[in-house]
Design a protein around this ligand. Structure first.
Ligand SMILES: *[C@@H]1O[C@H](CO)[C@@H](O)[C@H](O)[C@H]1NC(C)=O
Ligand SMILES: *[C@@H]1O[C@H](CO)[C@@H](O)[C@H](O)[C@H]1NC(C)=O
Ligand SMILES: *[C@@H]1O[C@H](CO)[C@@H](O)[C@H](O)[C@H]1NC(C)=O
Length: 327
């Protein structure tokens, strides 16, 4: 750097001012540094994460009383920070199988040195068993939500879960439905009333299965509400066809159909089968041209359904030739 001392132009005064301010400041700064002997610690060496979950590094040795700030980042976000005097720090409290970046920053007498870092995955402890716990089911309308958990440090280690669904009422119960799910839950849709399930879940990680957890789950009973399929009447009879809720919707055993009227009462026993055919109800011996009120309900293992109420008028007697009507 050279300064012109022979300046004669108009900016000579400005230059003189720069000199008089600049030189003493520079000198003062140099003097401060020299006087306090600031020591900037060198970066640490050999930052590594041991399989035991301990972070280690080599000391920064150029300054006395060096301590270390350990900073842990996850996906570029600072997660954790601590200052230690030792040359290691146990990070086994972090989630296993998750990738973190570990920064080690030397600090000597409040002077911060440059960082060094390592990006590493917290290893799953040797021989760890990712057991399933808290396996439970919850009914949501016609569905069952099956949920479970693994230990709080393990969620990132699981590749998938094996879910076996045994339908105990099913003829093919020996062959369960096997699913591989990635979330710790599954929505089993449209379950039948009165059905019984068995759920088995295990975690799969690195080709190994954790301990299986099992539960049995019963869908509570519900009444079987009949719906009217068909109604036919003539002068002396009313025939009705009733559709019952099908077996895949409601497995509770149906025992009878009850017809309750002001003029007649009848119970029709039903031998329930998985096919669950429609039920024909024939009401005979009626008067022509009359209104009949009656209700129909189904009885099953959950009890009596709400009655289906109806009013049917029998036909008037017609004496058309060729039609033989018996009264
Ligand atoms: C893990 O479980 C699944 C499902 O039961 C099975 O097919 C697989 O063979 C098991 N793997 C091991 C290594 O046992
Ligand atoms: C009702 O069913 C009975 C017996 O099956 C039959 O004799 C009668 O004709 C039927 N009535 C009507 C209106 O279909
Ligand atoms: C049928 O049963 C109902 C209720 O049990 C009763 O109120 C009604 O009087 C009965 N009708 C006849 C015709 O027996």
């Amino acid at each position: 750097m050279s300064f012109s001392v022979h300046a004669t132009t108009a900016d000579a005064g400005v230059r003189a001012m720069k000199l008089s301010v600049g030189v003493p400041l520079l000198f003062w700064c140099w003097y401060l540094v020299a006087a306090q002997e600031i020591c900037v610690p060198n970066p640490v060496g050999g930052v590594e994460l041991a399989s035991s979950g301990v972070l280690r590094w080599d000391a920064s040795t150029n300054c006395p009383n060096t301590i270390y700030r350990v900073q842990i980042d996850l996906s570029g976000q600072k997660l954790y920070e601590i200052v230690v005097a030792a040359l290691n720090y146990n990070v086994a409290f972090l989630l296993y199988c998750q990738t973190y970046t570990f920064f080690v920053i030397p600090i000597a007498s409040n002077v911060i040195g440059a960082e060094n870092y390592v990006t590493a995955v917290i290893p799953i402890p040797e021989g760890a068993n990712i057991a399933i716990n808290g396996l439970r089911g919850a009914q949501i309308d016609d569905d069952v939500l099956i949920q479970w958990q693994v230990g709080s440090q393990y969620p990132h280690c699981v590749d998938y879960f094996n879910l076996f669904i045994y339908d105990d009422d099913d003829d093919e119960a020996e062959v369960p439905k096997h699913l591989q799910v990635t979330q710790p839950g599954y929505l089993l849709q449209r379950v039948a009333k009165c059905s019984k399930y068995r759920f088995e879940v295990s975690s799969s990680y690195g080709g190994v299965n954790g301990t299986t957890e099992r539960i049995e789950y019963s869908i509570p009973p519900a009444v079987n509400t009949p719906s009217l399929g068909e109604v036919r009447q003539n002068a002396i009879s009313i025939n009705t066809t009733w559709n019952l809720e099908k077996y895949h919707v409601n497995r509770c055993r149906v025992t009878s159909l009850l017809v309750t009227g002001t003029r007649f009462n009848a119970t029709y026993p039903i031998e329930d089968t998985p096919e669950r055919p429609n039920v024909q109800v024939s009401i005979t011996g009626l008067r022509a041209d009359s209104m009949y009120y009656f209700s129909v309900s189904t009885e099953n293992s959950a009890g009596l359904s709400a009655p289906y109420q109806m009013a049917v008028q029998t036909l008037p007697i017609q004496s058309s030739p060729g039609v033989d009507i018996q009264i």
